[in-house]
Design a protein. Sequence first.
Lengths: 113, 113
Amino acid sequence: GAVVSQHPSWVICKSGTSVKIECRSLDFQATTMFWYRQFPKQSLMLMATSNEGSKATYEQGVEKDKFLINHASLTLSTLTVTSAHPEDSSFYICSASSDTEAFFGQGTRLTVV
Amino acid sequence: GNSVTQMEGPVTLSEEAFLTINCTYTATGYPSLFWYVQYPGEGLQLLLKATKADDKGSNKGFEATYRKETTSFHLEKGSVQVSDSAVYFCALTVSGGYNKLIFGAGTRLAVHP
């Protein structure tokens, strides 16, 4: 089946720095990708919908200036966590949908120290 | 609003035991329902789905029936294997297709020999 590759799988950064997470659809073109966040023992929460060539659509309560999303091509979306703080530590997962199925990346565990 | 509630884990079973993971939902309109599985170190994978009431989704020995009257989509398997150890997520979408999935908290299953 189709594969979505997410990189890095884990990252540790210092408070105040920015971290970029990449999500690539490897064998199909995804006009729309989704970014989720998962806290320990909680469900995946949709953060934003990433649209190729246009601005992302953010869910209520998600700070668009902190979580910058860029969808520069049909196979790549990036999430940049700007000025990261310890409360941003979490598991971030991307998803890309074809007509028949949603495919998920492996996730990125972000730890801000 | 739309939400998914699934039983807390972890669920620990012996090999060949019967598995049930409960999932109930609230939704406006007529949702599509899904079970996703996440094996260690991997992304979420679609396990099965049902798009209308009384549909039964099945895959790899797992089954779930869309019960509109009880707003449930319980996951069952008659005889689990060690290789079934994973985290299972119940999810729904009301927007059609695979967009904007709403997930439950996930249930970790551990199967011992």
